[in-house]
Design a protein around this ligand. Structure first.
Ligand code: PHE
Length: 367
């Protein structure tokens, strides 16, 4: 072991220089290939068995009094060299670089890709951007007013029930319109936009929504919607039909047909469900469309005047004569669609849970 310190025979300057130069070289070589600084520190500076401790015992003690000073100076220089090697990050980097074997294969880094749901959202939003729509966002923690009241949900509407809505705890002392909940749809952003902005409005609202639903192959308590709102003078149901027919063709292919069925939403009147001809069988009828040839995809309708009235009431708190949303002068339409459902159709995904699993074998297929 190099721990053995040979006794010094001569204490003249030249002999001391030779002895210390050998030690300095030994330390320098160790520093050059330093992989374990703690082992290096123990080896040289260890309190009991460190080289410096042994040297001071073997040499300093046996040195004749007139040589002690010269020896001490060289001893301290060596100690400084070792401490500097331990402190200097440059040394550490240098040694790390020297430790790299450049013949080893490199680390393969897979570049990130947008999540399939995000990708689908971008695709849908971009269809509407091309029609002149812009994007608006809103909070996921929403008040009862924006999520329900202003959207004309009557106080005892079943959708307000905690069966469907995830409510924030400890809200009972608040007036009902201020109580917080996780938004159940993106429609509250319609209200936020109209309060802030006079017509004309053309916006799409992508975002996360929450419902107290049990997860299964087609449901998830957290999912995504894209809402649309168009408000202007002379907006008619034909505009709504034309816009959505175009959007469905842009998303699913120009062969796709659309049809509108009467439906109900508290905030639109009339309301409709939109079906598209089955993209799997071309409308002939298959298992995917339950042999009907049609697939139901989104909800829509003409903005209910009651919604404009709620918006006007809010706007009049700031400007009492505000008349921007007078239903005698302006009309509008709104629509809402589920992103997961569209992504599942576009990519043939059979279980909604795949989107949230984080399973690379699934996600890699979208790279
Ligand atoms: N907000 C409705 C829902 O979540 C969808 C919808 C939006 C319907 C806009 C009509 C107009 O079911």
């Amino acid at each position: 072991m190099s721990e053995e310190i040979t006794a010094l025979q001569h204490f003249d300057d030249a002999s001391l220089d030779t002895a210390f130069a050998a030690l300095a070289e030994e330390a320098r070589l160790e520093t050059a290939s330093l992989t374990d600084p703690e082992a290096f520190r123990l080896h040289w500076l260890g309190r009991k068995q460190g080289r410096l401790k042994l040297i001071s015992e073997a040499w300093l003690k046996s040195a004749p009094p007139e040589a002690k000073k010269a020896l001490g100076i060289r001893f301290n220089q060596l100690k400084q060299q070792i401490e500097a090697a331990l402190e200097s990050p440059a040394t550490a980097t240098k040694s790390a670089v020297q430790g790299i074997d450049i013949t080893l294969p490199g680390t393969l880094r897979t570049p990130g890709i947008p999540h399939p749901l995000l990708k689908t959202m971008h695709e849908i939003v971009s269809v509407f951007h091309h029609l002149g729509y812009s994007t608006n966002l809103g909070p996921q923690v929403e008040s009862d007013f924006f999520n329900f009241e202003a959207l004309n949900f009557p106080p005892n509407h079943p959708a307000r029930d905690t069966q469907d809505t995830l409510v924030i705890a400890n809200q009972h002392s608040r007036p009902s319109r201020d109580r917080l909940l996780m938004r159940t749809h993106t429609s509250p952003v319609q209200i936020r936009t109209m309060i802030a902005q006079a017509p004309p409005i053309r916006i799409v609202i992508p975002g996360k929504v929450h419902r107290n639903d049990a997860a299964d192959a087609t449901h998830s308590p957290i999912f995504h919607q894209i809402e649309g709102l168009c408000v202007d003078t002379n907006i008619t149901f034909s505009d709504l039909k034309g816009t959505l027919d175009h959007a469905m063709k842009a998303l699913f292919g120009s062969d796709v047909k659309t049809r509108f069925f009467p439906s109900f939403f508290p905030f639109t009147e009339p309301s409709a469900d939109v079906q598209i001809s089955c993209i799997f069988c071309g409308g002939k009828g298959c298992r995917k469309c339950k042999h009907s040839g049609w697939i139901e995809l989104l909800g829509c309708g003409m903005v209910d005047p009651a919604v404009f009235a709620a918006v006007t009431a809010e706007r009049r708190k700031i400007n009492p004569s505000d008349d921007a949303y007078n239903p005698e002068k302006i009309t509008g339409f709104a629509f809402g669609m589920g992103v997961e459902r569209i992504a599942m159709m576009l990519h043939g995904v059979s279980d909604i849970g795949h989107f949230y699993s984080g399973d690379m074998r699934f996600l890699e297929q979208f790279a």
